[in-house]
Design a protein around this ligand. Structure first.
Ligand SMILES: CC(C)(COP(=O)([O-])OP(=O)([O-])OC[C@H]1O[C@@H](n2cnc3c(N)ncnc32)[C@H](O)[C@@H]1OP(=O)([O-])[O-])[C@@H](O)C(=O)NCCC(=O)NCCSC(=O)C[C@@](C)(O)CC(=O)[O-]
Ligand SMILES: NC(=O)C1=CN([C@@H]2O[C@H](COP(=O)(O)OP(=O)(O)OC[C@H]3O[C@@H](n4cnc5c(N)ncnc54)[C@H](OP(=O)(O)O)[C@@H]3O)[C@@H](O)[C@H]2O)C=CC1
Length: 406
C-alpha cells in the first residue's frame, strides 16, 4: 500500500473517477480508506457518520471480514452468570457474553443461570459434529445417477484424499448422495475442528468435485446445491445435524422453581408441551422451543460467529418433565455452527468475547475450543428457555417487557 493519508484527497479521486470506491485500501491505509468512504456516503445521503466512524480497533484487522468498510456498528455487550457448565470440553463457573439490543433478555437469561447454578449447574455435551457442503451434479438420467451414487460409495477414499489436500485441519467424515431425477446431490460432511468451517468445507469440496467430474459422467452445476443447507430453514439440519449437535440439561429442585421462578415444575412442563411442542407442530415450525434464537444470536454477535447461521442455531427442541416433584429441563440444538478460529473470531472485540469463555483460538486437542463454545451456548439457551417459560407461567412476560424492554 502506498499513497495518501488524507481522506478528502481519496474521496475527491473517487468522485473524479480516478479511483474505485472498493479499491481505496490499495491507495491508503484501511482507516483512511474507511474515512474517505464515510465522506462520500455522508455527501450522498446527508447522514452524519461520526459515531459509526468512532470504532475501537485498527480497520486493517477487519480486512478479511468485510469489504467497503466505513466503520463499525456497536451492539451493547453484557454478561450473565457466572453459571456452572459441566461439559465434556469445558467445566466450571463462567460468565456468558451476550450482545443484544433487546431489553429484558439478559435479565431473563441471568435469572435462568442463577436457577441452574442453584441446581448444581448444567450438564452439556456435543453429540455429533460435522460441517456440510452439498454440490449438485447434472447426470443424463436415473441410470447415470445410480452409477454416480455407486461410484461415490466405492471411491470415498479418493474423494477424501483430494478434499484433505486443501486443509491441514479438516477431515472428510462421509459423503451422502441424494438423487432427484437427473440431479445428484453429494452431501460432504467434515470435521472442521475449531473452525466453523464453511470456507474450509467449500474449498475442500471443490477439490473433491473436480475428481467426481474427472472420473464420472457427472457435471457440476453448483458447488452449493442447497442440500448443505446453509443459512436457510431446512429439516435436514434439524434431523441430521450441521456444525455441532449439542444438548444441555438440568434437574431443578421444586423449591428453587417455586422461590426463584414464581411457578411450579408442573406449570413449566405443561407450558412446554402446549406451547413449544403442540403450538410449534401446529405452526409447522422447525424450532420446538421458545426463544433459543435469542441466546444464539446474542452469543454469536459477542463471539464473532456468522450471524446468518442463527437460522440453523434455532433448530432446537426444549423438553420439560416433572421427576419426583422436581423439574427436569433440557434443550437440544441440532445444528449449531460455531468456531473459535477464522471468520469474525479474529476481530479484537469478538476475540475478547471468546476470552471471557476461555476459548479463543485453537483448542487442545483441535476442536476442543469450538466444542466448549457450543456447550456454553447450549447452557445459555437452557437458561433462556427456563426463564421465559417461567415468566409465561407466572404471567410476567408482558410486565417484564414493560419495565425493562422499552
Ligand atoms: C425480567 C425477569 C427476569 C424478572 O424476573 P423476577 O423473578 O421478577 O426478577 P427478580 O428481580 O426477582 O430477580 C431474579 C433474578 O433475575 C435476574 N435479573 C433480574 N433483573 C435483572 C436485571 N435488570 N439485570 C440482570 N439480571 C436481572 C437476576 O439473576 C436475579 O437474581 P439476583 O441476582 O437478584 O439474585 C422475568 O420476568 C423474565 O425473565 N421475563 C421474561 C423475559 C424474556 O424472557 N424475554 C425474552 C424475549 S421474548 C422474545 O423475544 C421471544 C418470544 C416471546 O416472542 C418467543 C415466543 O413466541 O415465545
Ligand atoms: N465459503 C462459503 O460458502 C461460506 C463462507 N462463510 C464464511 O466462512 C468463514 C468461516 O469459515 P472457516 O472455514 O471456519 O474459517 P476461515 O476461512 O477463516 O479458515 C479458518 C482456517 O483456520 C485454520 N485453523 C487454524 N487452527 C485451526 C484449528 N484449531 N481448527 C480448525 N482450523 C484451524 C484452518 O486452516 P487449514 O484448513 O489449513 O487447516 C482453517 O481453514 C466465515 O467468515 C463465514 O462468514 C460462511 C458461509 C458460507
Amino acid at each position: 500500500m502506498s499513497g495518501t493519508s488524507d481522506p478528502k484527497d481519496l474521496a475527491a479521486k473517487v468522485e473524479s473517477g480516478d479511483l474505485r470506491f472498493h479499491e481505496l485500501e490499495e491507495h491508503a491505509d484501511a482507516d483512511t480508506a474507511a474515512a474517505a468512504r464515510r465522506l462520500l456516503v455522508e455527501e450522498q445521503s446527508g447522514a452524519s457518520l461520526d459515531t459509526v466512524g468512532d470504532y475501537g480497533f485498527p480497520a486493517e484487522q477487519a480486512d478479511s471480514a468485510i469489504e467497503n468498510m466505513i466503520g463499525a456498528i456497536q451492539v451493547p455487550l453484557g454478561v450473565v452468570g457466572p453459571v456452572e457448565v459441566n461439559g465434556a470440553a469445558t467445566s466450571g463457573e463462567t460468565y456468558l457474553p451476550l450482545a443484544t439490543t433487546e431489553g429484558a433478555l439478559l435479565a431473563s437469561v441471568n435469572r435462568g443461570c442463577s436457577v441452574i447454578d442453584r441446581a448444581g449447574g448444567a450438564t452439556a455435551r456435543v453429540t455429533k459434529s460435522g460441517m456440510t457442503r452439498a454440490p449438485v451434479f447434472r447426470v443424463a438420467d436415473v441410470a447415470e445417477a445410480e452409477a454416480l451414487v455407486s461410484w461415490v460409495r466405492d471411491n470415498e477414499a479418493m474423494l477424501k484424499e483430494a478434499a484433505e489436500e486443501t486443509t491441514n485441519h479438516g477431515e472428510l467424515l462421509d459423503v451422502t448422495p441424494y438423487v432427484v431425477g437427473d440431479n445428484v446431490y453429494l452431501r460432504f460432511r467434515y470435521d472442521t475442528k475449531d473452525a466453523m468451517g464453511m470456507n474450509m468445507a467449500t474449498i475442500a469440496t471443490r477439490a473433491a468435485a473436480d475428481v467426481v467430474e474427472a472420473e464420472t459422467a457427472a457435471s457440476l452445476v453448483a458447488l452449493s446445491g442447497n442440500l448443505c443447507s446453509d443459512k436457510k430453514p431446512a429439516a435436514i439440519n434439524a434431523v441430521e445435524g450441521r456444525g455441532r449437535s449439542v444438548t444441555a440439561d438440568v434437574l431443578i429442585p421444586r423449591d428453587v422453581v417455586e422461590e426463584r421462578l414464581h411457578t411450579t415444575p408442573e406449570a413449566i412442563a405443561e407450558i412446554n408441551t402446549r406451547k413449544n411442542l403442540v403450538g410449534s407442530a401446529k405452526a409447522g415450525g422447525l424450532g420446538f422451543n421458545a426463544h433459543v434464537a435469542n441466546v444464539v444470536a446474542a452469543m454469536f454477535l459477542a463471539t464473532g460467529q456468522d450471524a446468518a447461521q442463527v437460522v440453523e442455531g434455532s433448530n432446537a427442541i426444549t423438553t420439560a418433565e416433572v421427576k419426583d416433584g422436581n423439574l427436569y429441563f433440557s434443550v437440544s440444538l441440532a445444528s449449531l455452527e460455531v468456531g473459535t478460529v477464522g471468520g469474525g473470531t479474529k476481530l479484537p472485540t469478538q476475540a475478547e468475547g471468546l476470552d471471557i469463555l476461555g476459548v479463543r483460538g485453537g483448542g487442545d486437542p483441535a476442536g476442543a475450543n469450538a466444542d466448549a463454545l457450543a456447550e456454553c451456548i447450549a447452557t445459555g439457551a437452557l437458561a433462556g428457555e427456563l426463564s421465559l417459560l417461567a415468566a409465561l407461567g407466572s404471567r410476567h412476560l408482558s410486565s417484564a417487557h414493560e419495565s425493562l424492554g422499552r
